[in-house]
Design a protein around this ligand. Structure first.
Ligand code: ADP
Ligand code: MG
Length: 323
């Protein structure tokens, strides 16, 4: 089998917390710890988890906006350097953010926004207008948009412009970080359908980050569940959402009305998300876990294959030892 489009091994990104006049590093926010995942060509991998679990840090590390402390990133089997990347590699992975109003420079027209990166990389083969027009058509907008500014558009249109901007460099992978979360439900569906169409047309892969399980269920082939900077469960979307193995995934999904069981069977997650600067010992989920055992307080859980799913939980190590 050929190498995955993107593979990540043991990726760890911590933010230093500095104190005092010498700005000494006293602790770290452990935003991303030992994350391993793979995205195949043409695949959409969803990332779900509560706010603060490290989803954005994962995306930012993959596009080179954060420098990881440890781990390896491979694009089609070739190691991606962690620091400044060669332009050709930079173009391969693009990112779309939740708030297009903040991501799009308000002083630039759509024409500039869609062509500045191409011009920078020396990749403009046609006129700027012709290039921008094609990109606008790809995202369902017309030429009337060319000489307008981002504030003149609705939220959904602005997100289409962000998509066009990401497409301009013909990337292989687009990281969508809560890309539809700020939009009304009907507009959300339109943008999701657009992303699906573009995936077919340009054989794109997506890393689709969202706190909304329903959105991820709609768009993702596989899904990875994050808790306190770690992936706790991963597998085909229908398996993970239909029969979640990790107690955290079970709690997360049972809290979603449209997917979870009826209200009486819901088991909402108690307690607060612990601070990622002082994650609990053992399994980081053990203080909130309804199935926690003695071992969960001290030992990090092993990652175990359960059918097509992978789950990091001591509950399943018993199955392993009895095999
Ligand atoms: N630049 C930063 N400096 C320090 N801490 C940060 C920074 N960015 C994010 N964090 C912290 O890292 C953790 C993960 O954040 P983030 O990746 O944004 O999570 P999510 O996108 O899942 O909400 C949070 O505790 C957040 O407060
Ligand atoms: Mg985020």
């Amino acid at each position: 089998m050929s190498a995955p489009l993107l593979e990540v091994k043991g990726l760890t990104t911590w933010y230093p917390i500095r104190r005092g006049v010498w700005s000494r590093t006293v602790r770290h926010v452990q935003a991303l710890t030992d994350v391993s995942l793979a995205i195949q060509e043409g695949e959409t991998l969803g990332i779900v988890g509560e706010s603060g679990c490290g989803k954005t840090t994962l995306g930012r590390t993959l596009v080179g906006l954060e420098r990881p402390m440890a781990g390896a990133m491979l694009l089609r089997g070739a190691v991606l350097p962690a620091g400044i990347r060669p332009a050709a590699l930079q173009r391969q992975v693009q990112m779309i953010f939740q708030d297009p109003a903040a991501a799009l420079n308000p002083r630039l027209t759509v024409l500039d926004l869609l062509t500045e990166a191409l011009a920078y990389h020396g990749l403009l083969t046609e006129s700027r207008e012709a290039t921008a027009l094609q990109l606008l058509r790809d995202v369902g907008l017309d030429g009337a948009a060319l000489h307008r500014y981002p504030f003149e558009f609705s939220g959904g249109q602005r997100q289409r412009i962000s998509v066009a901007r990401a497409l301009a460099l013909r990337p292989s992978l687009i990281i969508c970080d809560e890309a539809v979360s700020a939009l009304d439900v009907s507009v959300q569906a339109q943008v999701l359908n657009l992303l699906m169409d573009l995936k077919e047309k340009y054989r794109l892969s997506y890393l689709f980050i969202s706190h909304d399980i329903n959105v991820v269920r709609f768009i993702a082939d596989r899904v990875a569940v994050m808790y306190l900077g770690r992936i706790v469960e991963e597998g085909p979307t229908e398996d993970v959402i239909g029969s979640p193995a990790h107690p955290y995934t079970q709690a997360l999904i049972s809290a979603v009305p449209a997917v979870g069981r009826e209200a009486s069977a819901r088991r909402p997650l108690g307690g607060e998300l612990p601070s990622p600067s002082r994650p609990p010992a053992g399994c980081p989920f053990h203080p909130r876990c309804p199935s926690a055992m003695e071992i969960c307080k001290t030992a990090a859980p092993p990652t175990i294959s359960k059918g097509a799913q992978k789950v990091s939980c001591h509950l399943y190590s018993r199955d392993l030892s009895s095999q």
